[in-house]
Design a protein. Structure first.
Lengths: 233, 215, 233, 215
């Protein structure tokens, strides 16, 4: 499985029945491909739609039914549409259970930068600031590194999207959370060692007690090498 | 509400005017009004909209024609010409978080002075803005937005000017229809009074000033 | 014609084609009976309706279609319905061209008190404060006096509805406006003299130059007695 | 969204809870929920609503049953019992201008800290409130309102919980459906998914927690 699908599939495990979910463009969009069986979630598109369906069959596209990028989509039975104030009322008002967004950087307290690179890329924040400030749960889907440099940093050099910390970062190497405001390695992706994650991460990384324990028990059974302790590295 | 020719409607708009233009990446933008603005070369405009679409689409046409002095938008990422004009200094781009933009426009139309939102706190979006605490939580005071004209796209208008929008072409249109001194509507379909149920009217007729007659 | 109809009929002359109008309960409601021929106005009911029609025929009342007092009404073709936020967005946002409201007192600067009598009647302001603060034009429909006392007073003893002055007060005796913030007698109702209005009015009353002129010209033709001058009395 | 029996729905509501109750002079109030509150004698409640209706109707039944400690409303004029309990000191009545009440509830549901309105300036309604100037004009800061439960009346609900309202029974219902921790809906008609067009859904399903099953 490629890195993007790996990330999307892991995030899809966070989906629960009845959730209202907003997926950003790029890797987050792929999460829709991995919704667990018997789990019904509502996908919101911030241009005014709940119940976004897949890309229409050839010849069936309607110019008035698109995703937030302006690309034709379909609507599932039970869909609803609304204006932009309502769309962001759902987001800002705490009705959105989960948003999955791409990231440029996440700092070790969980703060996300994902909307501009000064002097280079200034697309505008679109709905990103509202999504991070307003969603009940924010998950960042991104590659662990870019051009060999960690995207999980001590301090963001890029402008923040919000001062509200995200809840989870899922990369092709690891799942990182921010309990007590500290970047904490919760899981490694299949076949990745804690050392590999730590080596690829600039931020101070706490190893979660659960992960330490499971690794220790695996080590005891000879499955892996003894890892570093559960202390901050 | 009066019906009006496309050409006459755009003739009313002076150079330098502030326009709200409906649409989201071009979807739900009144393209005939945009095309006529280009044809009449109305310049020096300020546009309030979600985004500048892409070259060749919606507001992107106004960008390409260099008719805009300033845009107040949430996103310009799909239009490299907007970025070029911004970097060249010929276009002022005010970026506003999308939900904040929607609410500021609504506030302008609903007679509210502005909105109190936590969006943007701790980011560059808070620069120069007043922070107000309510019940121990900080909010940014984001002032209401209004325009001289709103260019609105509707799916259905009845003869009185009652409007309905369709699917994701609704977006900013009903908000803008409330927030401008003069509201000009281009409708895909114009229908007799009573064809639209009262419950399905999304913009009531009295707020509409002009409806573009079919050519 | 009774006093209430006289008031309502005069106010109806202020209606213009295409206006959005909100009528309060009581005398204001009667204005709908006197809409001039060939004038189409939209009547808004603040419970969420534009296009309020007359009372339904027997057996045709619908529990979901009422006026702001909860009484069954009909809807005219081209009506629209909306929630309470939208209803008051129309009012507060300057989309309402005219509201006609009852009054308890109006002071000589045009400020209205019409929502409570302390210690006696506390119905709540309902939509009155929004209507007076927000409508483009506010007309008060009321009797000139109550129990022999002027309702157009120097200063309101009752709590104000808004500090925004109303535009016109129409009583069974007179039409009074507030140019430059001063109560100004603009018209007398048919057969009523300026003196009678002045005598029945506690507020300082300026006589409008137009009214003075027309009275003077009528006096010159022997129609009425010479009135007081156009000065404040 | 889950379906629930009327009795179980009301059992969830503890005495002392804050409820938003839809309706305007009883029109669009979920009467079965009100009746069940009376039957279960849920007391010490705070109700946020447009008005207290009239004795025997909607919220008027809660007044008559003396279940309310406090009401936040715009109008009590058609219910003399409300006035009596207020004067007797057994019921706290907070009067709020109707448009301000609607926007405060909306703000609570839309994640805004409050609203800035000119309504009430220069009147008793401004007492104790912060005044904020925007572009040289004064506004009152009126804080957002939320509730523990919203009791919502819909004309149509589909099996997912998408709601539509009818004519003047809409009023405060869609605003309240956004502004409470737990949203309980009583619908006149429950229909299969897809019967209501996406454009005619007024409250999207994900905000609804419970739909009262038909008895």
């Amino acid at each position: 499985m490629d890195a993007q699908s790996l990330i999307a599939k892991r995030i899809a495990q966070e989906l629960r029945n009845g959730m209202l979910v907003n997926l950003g463009i790029g890797v987050p969009t792929l999460v829709a491909n991995f919704v667990p069986k018997n789990t019904h979630v509502f996908f919101q598109s911030e241009n005014g739609l709940i119940g976004t369906g897949p890309v229409p069959e050839p010849g069936m596209a309607l110019p008035w039914l698109t995703d937030a990028g302006g690309k034709p989509v379909t609507a599932l039975p039970g869909a609803s549409t609304f204006d932009s104030a309502m769309s962001f009322g759902l987001i800002r008002g705490g009705h959105l259970d989960l948003t999955v967004l791409g990231g440029l950087q996440v700092d070790q307290h969980g703060r996300l930068a994902n909307w501009m690179v000064p002097g280079k890329m200034v697309p505008g924040m679109g709905g990103a600031m509202d999504l991070v400030a307003g969603a009940k749960r924010v998950i960042v889907a991104m590659h662990h590194t870019a051009k060999g440099r960690s995207k999980i940093v001590r301090e963001c050099s890029l402008p923040l999207t919000s001062d509200r910390p995200v809840d989870l970062v899922v990369t092709e190497l690891a799942v990182i959370g921010f309990p007590d405001g500290r970047a904490t390695l919760l899981e490694t992706q299949n076949g990745v060692t804690v050392e590999e994650v730590v080596a690829a991460t600039e931020a101070e990384l706490t190893i979660s007690p659960e992960l330490s324990k499971s690794i220790t028990s695996m080590a005891a059974s000879g499955a892996v090498e003894t890892p570093s302790t559960g202390e901050a590295i | 509400m009066r019906t009006i020719d496309l050409q006459d409607a755009v003739s009313m708009i002076p150079a330098g005017a502030t326009l709200m233009v409906g649409g989201f990446m071009g979807v739900g933008t009144p393209e005939p009004l945009v095309d006529e603005l280009v044809r009449q070369q109305k310049g020096d405009l300020t546009v309030i909209a979600n985004d500048t679409a892409a070259p060749g689409t919606g507001i992107g046409k106004l960008i390409t024609a260099k008719l805009l002095r300033r845009v107040i938008v949430s996103h310009i990422g799909l239009n490299p010409e907007t970025q070029q004009q911004m970097l060249a200094g010929s276009l002022q781009v005010d970026l506003v978080p999308q939900g904040t933009l929607a609410e500021r426009i609504r506030a302008g139309g609903f007679g509210l002075g502005g909105i109190l939102t936590a969006t943007g706190i701790g980011t560059v979006a808070e620069e120069g803005k007043q922070k107000i605490a309510v019940d121990g939580r900080d909010y940014l005071l984001e002032p209401a937005l209004r325009a001289d004209f709103a260019l609105v796209h509707a799916f259905i208008a009845d003869y009185l000017g009652n409007l309905s929008y369709v699917l994701t072409a609704r977006n900013f249109n009903p908000l803008m229809a409330m927030a401008a001194d003069i509201v000009i509507v281009q409708a895909e379909n114009i229908v007799p009074i009573g064809v639209v149920s009262p419950d399905h009217v999304m913009t009531p007729a009295p707020v509409v000033d002009y409806l573009i007659a079919k050519g």
